[in-house]
Design a protein around this ligand. Structure first.
Ligand SMILES: NC(=O)c1ccc[n+]([C@@H]2O[C@H](COP(=O)([O-])OP(=O)(O)OC[C@H]3O[C@@H](n4cnc5c(N)ncnc54)[C@H](O)[C@@H]3O)[C@@H](O)[C@H]2O)c1
Ligand SMILES: Nc1ncnc2c1ncn2[C@@H]1O[C@H](COP(=O)(O)OP(=O)(O)OP(=O)(O)O)[C@@H](O)[C@H]1O
Length: 521
């Protein structure tokens, strides 16, 4: 490589340098003084023009300053919301501990006591299984105060079945967990290993509790649900949870289903992840989205049975439910960790961080559109601190890679393997010929701002549900959530994805050209 040297010009030869380079010298300065005089004597109209230009420049500067202030406010509000969430988690945890008669300060002691309660075998296991091979659910349990809440109110809940996640390499069930390693050896940058591949889930003890979620108003789903509950109880001895609606249906059918558990209110739903080892869904993709939306934090592994029309995320066939559940309960199983987006709506009217609305988690996408308004949306989009673009059209979709085959696909976005971490940025009917969809890396925060001078309101919807109106000055801040949805695979992530795009979308289906006729000679 040739060396580079930076040099600066000396003060003494400044004017000659300027003249040589075509910049004005003393004579030309005199000429320009003349030009200024002429300029001053020009017609008042020209002067007004210049004043107008100056005025519009000043306005532009003010607008820039206002935008910067709004950006700063929204960023601060998003940060404050995150702190508020952490604070509330901590407060709930402390309240629970106080409830048990333990001061918050003893929390660490409590944690270690709890891990000491593990059987010697389990302790031994946690020594090796949390090491370099993958992620162990003990870690999640200790982090998320799981046992303390699962025991809340009664001692009847069984302990959750711990499991271990490991990353297979080169398609084999290898127990080595490979990270993306960057080597700087001898000054060269190389990626030493390919990153993690298929993820496997191995139970460390038998799962004991299953939550069954079903699509409403479907006779075939109801019949299958009743049958599956009976089978899981009689052949596997499992505890079963269902939604209150289903529990009523079961009791109307027979008193036999008295053992089936349910919940009374939203607070109990928040604790479900601490009680349930496995979630089974009976329905289509909408039921998987419904299941995901019930978990505002960690999600237990999900086994989606297909009883819908398309079934991109439902690889299991209901006719073979016994064999499928048998092998899932035994494990190990291949899983796809489906990333979710965490969305915060930040109101312009919010005076402080405590007025920030609760975050919403989406598995497919968040859509910001023009709703009933007949005007183009005008959405300012930022990625971290950089301005991305202004969306003028029907709206914008921020999608996960799992959602890439849903609304985003219909709006012209690419299909992306669900295990790829990223955020799809797909416009809906943009009024511009050059607005191609983008994919951002998973670590960015995207902010969509409705400008203060927007003609109409915008509407945000979350996995096609729960529409919220966004007025002028409101913003939606979106980043990758820390709680993915682990869905069991029929074969593996890639095979299931390809199968769903072939079967569901008939992707690239074309009659094969016959081999007769003209050829290259
Ligand atoms: N123009 C469109 O394509 C359009 C418009 C609105 C909503 N949607 C999608 O519908 C979803 C809500 O689904 P729903 O079942 O509650 O509503 P729904 O009953 O209206 O079904 C929408 C359809 O989208 C399919 N779908 C859902 N998630 C998918 C995914 N990840 N990959 C491929 N297809 C998928 C479903 O199988 C279903 O056929 C939204 O998240 C959105 O992605 C699509
Ligand atoms: N347990 C549930 N409670 C309330 N609503 C539900 C539940 N499960 C699913 N839904 C809703 O019912 C609708 C239809 O469900 P789903 O998509 O599973 O069936 P489908 O339309 O027959 O299948 P597909 O999506 O494959 O075409 C969705 O809008 C979904 O949100």
């Amino acid at each position: 490589m040739s060396p580079v040297k930076l040099i600066s010009s000396g003060e003494g030869n400044f004017s000659s340098t300027m003249a040589e380079n075509g910049f004005p010298n003393a004579t030309s300065l005199l000429n320009s003084e003349k030009a200024v005089q002429e300029l001053l004597q020009r017609s008042p109209l020209m002067e007004t023009d210049e004043h107008l230009i100056e005025f519009s420049e000043a306005l532009r500067t003010v607008a820039k300053a206002l935008r910067r202030a709004a950006e700063g406010k929204a960023a601060a509000q998003a940060e404050a919301a995150e702190w508020k969430r952490k604070f509330e988690l901590e407060r709930t945890r402390n309240l629970q501990l106080e409830h048990k008669g333990q001061p918050p300060a003893e929390r660490n002691g409590y944690d270690s006591k709890r891990s000491n309660n593990l059987t010697p075998q389990a302790t031994e296991q946690s020594d090796w299984c949390c090491g370099s091979n993958g992620i162990c659910s003990h870690e999640v349990l200790q982090d998320g105060d799981v046992d303390s809440v699962s025991q809340k109110g009664s001692g009847k809940y069984t302990r959750k079945a711990p499991f271990e996640l490991s990353w297979g390499c080169d398609g084999e069930h290898s127990d080595r967990h490979k990270h993306d390693v960057v080597s700087f050896e001898k000054g060269n940058i190389t990626t030493a290993e390919r990153s993690s591949r298929q993820i496997f889930l191995k139970w460390e003890s038998q799962p004991q509790t299953v939550l069954i979620l079903t699509k409403p108003n479907s006779v075939s789903v109801r019949i299958l649900c009743f049958e599956m509950i009976r089978w899981l109880r009689e052949h596997k001895g499992l505890h079963i949870y269902v939604e209150p609606r289903v529990k009523n249906e079961l009791l109307t059918e027979s008193d036999y289903y008295d053992f089936v558990r349910t919940w009374k209110d939203d607070e109990e739903i928040l604790l479900l992840h601490t009680k349930v080892d496995l979630v089974v869904t009976l329905g289509g993709d909408g039921t998987v989205l419904w299941a995901a939306s019930m978990f505002k934090g960690p999600v237990p592994p999900l086994v989606p049975f297909s009883l819908g029309s398309l079934g991109f995320m439902t690889p299991f066939h209901s006719e073979h439910y016994r064999e499928c559940l048998d092998s899932v309960l035994k494990g190990p199983i291949s899983i796809t960790l489906r990333h979710r987006l965490q969305c915060h709506v930040i109101r312009d009217a919010a005076r402080n961080e405590y007025e920030t609305e609760e975050p919403i988690l989406v598995l497919n996408e968040v859509t910001i559109d023009r709703g009933m308004s007949s005007y183009l949306t005008n959405l300012e989009c930022y990625c971290d601190r950089s301005f991305v673009t202004c969306v003028q059209g029907d709206g914008l979709i921020l999608s996960t890679t799992s959602g890439s085959t849903a609304y985003s696909l219909a709006a012209g976005g690419s299909m992306v393997h669900p295990q790829v971490p990223g955020i799809l940025f797909t416009p809906i009917c943009p009024h511009s010929l050059s607005f191609r969809p983008l994919i951002f890396p998973e670590y960015v925060t995207i902010r969509i701002q409705v400008p203060f001078n927007s003609k109409g309101h915008a509407w945000a919807s979350f996995d096609g549900k729960g529409r919220k109106e966004l007025g002028a000055g409101d913003a939606l801040v979106c980043s990758m959530a820390p709680w993915p949805v682990p869905t069991a695979c029929q074969v593996d992530s890639t095979n299931d994805f390809l199968h769903s795009i072939h079967d569901g979308l008939h992707w690239n289906l074309r009659k094969k050209q016959s081999s007769d006729g003209p050829r290259d000679t």
